[in-house]
Every structure is written in C-alpha cells, then in structure tokens.
Design a binder for this molecule. Structure first.
Ligand code: SF4
Length: 370
C-alpha cells in the first residue's frame, strides 16, 4: 500500500477521521466483516440488516450469549458536549437494542473526556448530561436495568485507569493516538476503565462485553483489548468485543457530520425551522434539472438525504428499498423527497421532545445534578 493510500485511512477518536474505503479497514486494522454473522443473530437490528454496522471484533461470543441466554454486558456512552445529534442517537439506539437482547447495560457520561478534549468543566457537562440522559431514557433505555454513571464520579473506573497506567508507555500512546497532550492519554485510560467496568467484581466479574461504536472510536478498543490481555492474569478479563458503524455523511456533503460545521448536522433539539432549512439545503445525488432527473434518476449512494432516511428515519426496510428505487428511476425528485424527509424528521423530534420532558427529573436523580 502506498504512503498516500495509508494516509487516507485515519481513525482518530478526537479529531479528523477519514475513510476512503471501509473494506481496507479489514486488512489494515484486523476488523472482521459483520455480514457473515448476520444470519446467526436472532433479531438483527436495522443497522445490522442495512450494513451500517459493517465490522466487529470478537462479536461471535456475543452472538453465542444471545442465542444461549448467556450472561453478557453492553457498554456505551456519550460525551456531554451538547444536545443529542444523529451520531449519539445511533449509539443510544444500539445500546437499547442490546439491553433488549438481555445485556447487563452500562451507559457512561464521558465528562472527563469532555473536559480533556473540549475544555468543558465538570459542572457544566453535568448539566448538559441531564438532557442527554433524558433523551436516552425517552428513546427506550430502561433505567431499572442499567447502570448510568459519570466518569468523574465512578471511583472503580479511576482505580482501573491508575492500575492500567503502570503497564502503558508513552511510546504505546503515541503509536495508537499520535502525539497528544497527557490529558487525552489520561482520558483514554479512563475509557479503558469504562470498557472493563462491567467485568469488575462488583458487577459479577469477567463476562463478554460488547461496545457498539462508530469506527472512529476503534483506537480505544485496540488499546483496551491490549490492556485486558495484559491484566488477564490479575482480573480474568474477557477481551471486550465491539461492533463498528459507518459514519453518517454531513448534510453539506462532507464525509462526516461535525460540530465544526453547523450546516453539516442538526441536533434533536434545534428549532424545527432550522432543521427544515438544513435539510432543504442538503447535498443530494440529484441532477441539475428536473427533466434530467426524471430521465436519468438520482444517485442515492452519494445523497445525504437518503443517508439520514436510511440510517435513522425509515424503520421499515421496504420503505428504504422503495426510496432507493424511486430515486434511481427518477420517480421522485429531490424537492419532494426533501419535503417528505423534513416531515418525517420533525414528527420524530416532536414525539421525542414530548417524551423527554417526562424524564428530566429522573435524569437529574440518576446523575445527582441539581
Ligand atoms: Fe437524494 Fe431523494 Fe434526491 Fe434521490 S430524490 S437524490 S434520495 S434527495
């Protein structure tokens, strides 16, 4: 592989992730394709069925646990830097799915990382997290069957991080994360503590654990799996498993939705007119004129409107296939398609907003935030 090719594949949990070709990740990083496992999974979710979850590490042991009613855990979380957006919605839906499949559920508020990476004080991130947790509860996470915590308050996570640090050199951190400030390296150790928390003796000890993440988070998985191996003798850790989802394109056609570019994404609590405006201006796979689009059809593969429908807003696979075919054949044109999408998105958001109000007090109680 040429140097140029390698540079195009960059996985950075705190910066810019560039992926030209998802297939290459199998060869470069040892991630396994998800598709061969699909038939083994009793009730695959829509991300799995649609190939949005495209890769994994050791997910076989999670499949076995699901099929045999065995014990397993799921851990995921949110960095409390702002309101829920489509990226955090994805991981929230994944964790809810695994909870329904019987996983012991851990949801982490990554406030240490929000401080180290985004300079958000703990007090402020605590307040932001109230809305985030209310959202995840409104989406369906059952708080009675989940352990929801803030990194900064969970001493077991900190203890793990301190213990793990003894076996980590600066050279290892640089090799995985590049040259960063020590605070980010500390937050990576804390994340390793999070990922292995479900295997702490207080939670029943070693067990298969799945961490569903966007592919840009894989460095944390590689780092933690290496630590789990090193500390296996002491704690009996089972190497954590992971699933990887693709990153949803920016509405402006950029490779990834990013807070750096407000027109590339929307949060789930933005004013409806702003969301409508962003979708109306979104990059599509449409043709320059209606006539051409009717004759040639659109290109859903590059269309951000198609992507948000496929990733989130069409529950039914048949609807996605229909949109794809209608677009390809010129049966639908972009103006009509965008309008329909705006209606679906705003309906979803109004519904979520109503439900979320009922969970704000519960979220405050869980996080112990006034
Ligand atoms: Fe995208 Fe819809 Fe236009 Fe097709 S018709 S390119 S899916 S906006």
């Amino acid at each position: 592989m040429s140097k140029n090719e390698k540079e195009k594949t960059r996985l950075d949990p705190w910066g810019i992730t560039e992926i030209q070709d998802y297939e290459r990740l199998y060869r470069e990083f040892g991630i396994k394709p998800f598709k061969p496992l699909l038939q083994e999974i009793p009730e695959p979710n829509m991300f799995m069925r649609r190939g949005i979850i495209f890769g994994h590490r050791d997910f076989e042991r999670i499949v076995e646990a699901i099929k045999n009613n065995g014990e397993f855990a799921v851990l995921s979380g949110i960095k409390p830097t702002g309101e829920f957006h489509l990226g955090t919605l994805m991981t929230a839906r994944e964790i809810i799915y695994f909870q329904k499949q019987g996983a012991k559920t851990f949801y982490c508020v990554a406030d240490v990382e929000a401080y180290e990476d985004n300079n958000i004080p703990l007090e402020k991130s605590g307040k932001i997290a109230v809305g985030n947790i209310a959202d995840v509860l409104a989406l369906g996470l059952d708080p009675k069957k989940a352990y929801i915590y803030r990194q900064s308050k969970e001493m077991r996570v900190r203890d793990f991080a301190l213990i793990f640090a003894r076996k980590v050199t600066l050279a290892t951190m640089k090799a995985i994360y590049g040259e960063r400030n020590i605070g980010l390296y500390v937050s990576a150790l804390i994340q390793a503590g999070d990922i292995l928390l479900p295997q702490h003796e207080d939670f029943g000890g070693p067990k298969p654990t799945v961490v569903p993440v966007g592919i840009d988070q894989d460095p944390h998985l590689r780092f933690t799996r290496d630590l789990a191996q090193k500390f296996r003798g002491k704690y009996g850790f089972v190497l954590p498993s992971s699933t990887y989802h693709k990153l949803i394109k920016g509405l402006d056609g950029s490779p990834k939705m990013s807070k750096r570019n407000p027109m590339s994404y929307f949060t789930l609590h933005e004013p409806p007119e702003m969301i409508a405006k962003k979708i109306s201006n979104a990059f599509t796979g449409g043709r320059p004129t209606v006539k051409e689009q009717r004759e040639l059809g659109g290109i859903p593969e590059i269309c951000s409107v198609y992507a948000i429908n496929m990733f989130h807003f069409m529950e039914n696979d048949e609807e996605v296939i229909k949109l794809y075919n209608d677009c390809k054949s010129g049966n639908i044109i972009c103006g009509e398609c965008k309008q329909r999408t705006i209606e679906i998105v705003l309906r979803f958001i109004r519904n979520l907003e109503e439900k979320r109000k009922k969970f704000i007090d519960k979220a405050r109680e869980i996080l112990q935030v006034e």
